[in-house]
Ligand binder design. Structure first.
Ligand SMILES: N[C@@H](CCC(=O)N[C@@H](CS)C(=O)NCC(=O)O)C(=O)O
Length: 148
């Protein structure tokens, strides 16, 4: 099997969740960082939508951190990420859903608004480890970052 490839943003909690899962399971993989904005072209071609993380596992492009973890649990059962006992497993899945749906979007909003006060922070943190040729363009892509 080829090494799984994680298409990601470096600064994103959903992407961090996928990275944690891969690391917890000790799965050797390749990380490919994308610049927010231009990322959409590539990711849409791969998955029909634009959000990352996307994991290419055994030739299949899987999007959504929860679905990525499900696929990893099947492909690499040990060590498990979810409890085996059904009630505990249900509780873990409910907690995951809560953090993804309720808390996750608020963290994203907070990051965007706090970065808007500092002209280059957003572009720097988004472009970090994206293809170096894209990094200088980051600030131009986010006009909301201009100092007021
Ligand atoms: N439910 C998804 C949410 C992923 C998500 O919102 N990703 C954001 C980055 S934090 C994204 O890629 N946004 C850009 C886009 O949707 O085009 C997951 O758990 O993976």
């Amino acid at each position: 099997m080829n090494r799984p490839v994680l298409w990601q943003f470096t600064a994103s909690h959903y992407n961090e969740k996928a990275r944690w899962a891969l690391d917890w399971k000790g799965v050797a993989h390749v990380r490919r960082s994308l610049l927010p904005g231009p990322h959409a072209l590539k990711i849409r071609r791969m998955t029909g939508q634009t959000a990352v993380p996307v994991l290419v596992l055994d030739g299949r492009a899987i999007h959504d951190s929860t679905r990525i973890i499900e696929a990893l649990e099947q492909a690499y059962p040990d060590p498990p990420l979810y409890p085996r006992e059904p009630a505990e497993r249900r509780r873990a899945l409910d907690l995951e859903e809560f953090f993804d749906v309720e808390l996750g979007p608020m963290c994203g909003d907070w990051r965007s608004t706090s970065c808007c006060h500092i002209p280059t922070r957003w572009s720097r943190c988004s472009a970090r480890r994206a293809a170096p040729r894209h990094a200088p363009r980051g600030a131009g892509l986010f006009p909301c970052c201009a100092r007021r």
